[in-house]
Design a protein around this ligand. Structure first.
Ligand code: NSP
Length: 217
């Protein structure tokens, strides 16, 4: 069994919960409160900057130059392509440029940055894989089930259900599998744990956006 098959099996119950979160269900129906979506987009802008730095950190750790290239492109993709999506919404909805990260956003970004900086590179890669893979699956699910006409969150849906993003996700999965194949049993177990932890943090990120989470002190 490949690492990716094992990893997805491990998070399947969590993935089902993600699909049924109010944020994602209402986003799909187009009924999601605009203030919640704006909150999410603002936090996600912060997230994507840190995600880009995490990918760039990982890029510098590979010996295989194909992987360096792939992760460098992922890093610029996170910042350039997804930022374009954000900027169109920022324009439309007036979301602020400077964002203070929510507790969950800070927790998630610090987790992936920490894994990229201090863990085995294969573990760092496993920690960022949910950011690709879960979004692709959720994007496809929402794309298939949403009403196409005049949907106010159409650009978001099309970004994550699109072909360009699909190519990156496939490559990220293949690289993770190749790294896992060469890793010790111990590192493979840490990779699974990192994949599961980041998947939980994806759940928390949507939940925190729905609650418009703030600092209590
Ligand atoms: C929180 C989060 N995770 C993943 C993605 C998709 N790269 C995103 N935009 N935001």
């Amino acid at each position: 069994m490949t690492f990716s098959a094992k990893a997805w099996e491990r998070i399947t119950p969590l993935y089902d919960k993600i699909l049924n979160m109010p944020f994602n269900k209402e986003l799909m129906e187009g009924s999601l409160d605009l203030e919640k979506f704006k909150f999410y987009m603002a936090q996600d802008a912060y997230y994507l900057g840190e995600f880009g730095k995490t990918l760039a950190t990982l890029a510098g750790k590979f010996n295989d130059l194909n992987y360096v290239l792939a992760f460098t492109e992922f890093a610029s993709g996170a910042i350039v392509v997804e930022r374009a999506l954000h900027e169109s919404y920022f324009h439309e909805f007036g979301i602020p440029d400077l964002v203070n990260p929510s507790p969950t956003c800070l927790l998630y970004t610090n987790y992936i940055l920490n894994q990229a900086a201090y863990s085995d590179v294969a573990v760092g890669v496993a920690a960022v894989l949910p950011c690709f893979w879960i979004y692709k699956k959720v994007g496809d699910h929402i794309y298939t089930n949403h009403h196409h006409d005049g949907h106010q969150y159409k650009k978001w849906i099309e970004t994550y259900a699109g072909e360009e993003f699909a190519e990156s996700v496939k490559l990220a999965i293949n690289i993770t599998d190749a790294l896992a194949e060469k890793a010790s049993h111990e590192v493979q177990e840490k990779m699974l744990q990192a994949f599961e932890m980041a998947s939980k943090l994806e759940w928390m990120f949507w939940d925190s956006a729905y609650r418009e989470e703030t600092w209590l002190v």
